[in-house]
Ligand binder design. Structure first.
Ligand code: DX5
Ligand code: ZN
Length: 221
């Protein structure tokens, strides 16, 4: 199993001081930054785009930036995020007209690929894509907002995807996003997740180092 990754979602960061707040989370032990892109179309909320990703790079953020696209169409924005410094680009298959094409597009721009499955989205999307994926992201809330409660059925889904990844023999991360906190991370790790997005559990809390250390310890237990 790969080392655990903790990826704070900057959706819950202080947008008026975004660079400093993001760097603070990294200095406190975060591995990646999770970057939620919402278009008020695929999801009922609006957030940030490639300009903000580039601004974080220009500010000096060197950690991996894990871009989670909640937009449709997908393809038009992929080159912009690659140019803005994205490390990984993940998208929802039902938001892309041609999933294979989008995966090839992400790779051709030098980024790693991820497919994101909502709570009610079937795992069949992995049937003809897993060989092109660097990451599978299972949503443990319905996308659009931070601070929602973890949906427990995600645990069974994680176990199924874990087995599929293991039997593929490929190096694919299994990420979980939504409602991850000190109460839920242990069960998600036990079900096979190795990469954990946490927004409201980290940002705005008085001691980022304590929270991230606690999350990592509970995920490793
Ligand atoms: C939801 C986003 C999540 C969100 C997680 O659509 O994809 O990344 O920021 O927030 P928390 O950790 O607060 O559930
Ligand atoms: Zn996300």
């Amino acid at each position: 199993r790969q080392p655990i990754v903790i990826a704070p979602s900057i959706l819950s960061a202080d947008f008026a001081r975004l660079g400093a707040d993001a760097q603070k989370a990294l200095d406190a032990g975060a591995d990646w930054l999770h970057f939620d892109v919402m278009d008020n179309h695929y999801v009922p909320n609006l957030s940030i785009g490639p300009q903000v990703c580039k601004a974080l790079r220009d500010y000096g953020i060197s950690a991996p930036i894990d871009v989670h696209l909640m937009v449709t169409p997908v393809d038009r924005i992929v080159p912009d995020f690659a140019a803005a410094g994205a490390t990984r680009i993940s998208f929802h298959p039902e938001a892309s007209a041609h999933v294979d094409r989008t995966l090839q597009l992400i790779r051709s721009h030098g980024c790693m690929t991820g497919l994101v499955l909502n709570p009610a989205t079937p795992l069949q999307w992995l049937d003809w894509t897993l060989h092109q994926l660097d990451l599978v992201l299972l949503m443990s809330v319905n996308p659009g907002f931070g601070g929602q409660a973890f949906i427990p059925a995600t645990l069974d889904k994680l176990r199924v995807v874990r087995a599929r990844i293991d039997s593929s023999g490929r190096d694919v991360r299994l990420e979980v996003d939504g409602g991850i906190n000190h109460d839920t991370i242990g069960a998600a790790a036990g079900a096979g997740a190795d990469t954990f997005v946490a927004g409201s559990a980290v940002f705005g809390k008085p001691d980022y180092r304590a929270v991230i250390g606690d999350l990592r310890a509970r995920a490793a237990a």
